[in-house]
Design a protein around this ligand. Sequence first.
Ligand SMILES: [Zn+2]
Length: 257
Amino acid sequence: MRNSVYYSIVIIFIFIYSKSSIAQTSDLVKKLIKVEENQYFADRDSAYLDPYYGLKKLYYGNLRFAENKSIKPRQTDADLKNNELGQKPFATIIGCADSRVPNEIIFDQGVGDLFITRTAGQVMAQASYGTIEYGTEVLQTRLIVVLGHESCGAVQAAMKLPENPPGHVVTLINAIKPAALIAKNANLSEKETSDLAIRQNVIEQVSLLRGLEPVLSRRSEKGEVLIVGAVYNLHTGAVELIEETITSLPKYAVVKK
Ligand SMILES: [Zn+2]
């Protein structure tokens, strides 16, 4: 009897610990983007005009998904077929090609809401840059989210620092390597090292986009586009908006009214 009580306590402790070690969007970020308690919806037109509001819309959509309250907006056959007049997405997502991270589903958004480019490890090169700039200049998307995810195979491959990756995979490995090295040098457990590399990879990609000449650097500096990072948790379904990529910008430290 005493043993079973003991084991129960240990199991509860492990459960609490494993839950608490899963990163979630911080209270500070929630305050900055004005997340409201018991709220699950944000207006689409406002999201298109204000990138902070767009971020809140993505937050609420992901909250619905994580809590099994998805509404699958604008996803009917009619919605798919009634787009001949063009598209007006409110956010650009730069995500991983991983088949377990379908962007519209995890953010509970619909047809025409998200402009998406996906590669393994969300590594970007010329064609991706052109796609993102098209989203900004032509579609006037004001919010850009770099979305990494837990258990990313591309990041895990880069962590092994392979000497001769096959074919063009070398492009992915080389792009992720700086983040992998930072994580490896942090002397953490295997899981923590992997999580740090994934997070660091996103932070570096956000930084790269903010400085990307000639379009994004200018628009980002003027505050015309908001470029932030996030990490999706495959276990909980929750997307963490990375605080460092939101509070690190003086121009964005105060949410515009
Ligand atoms: Zn991945």
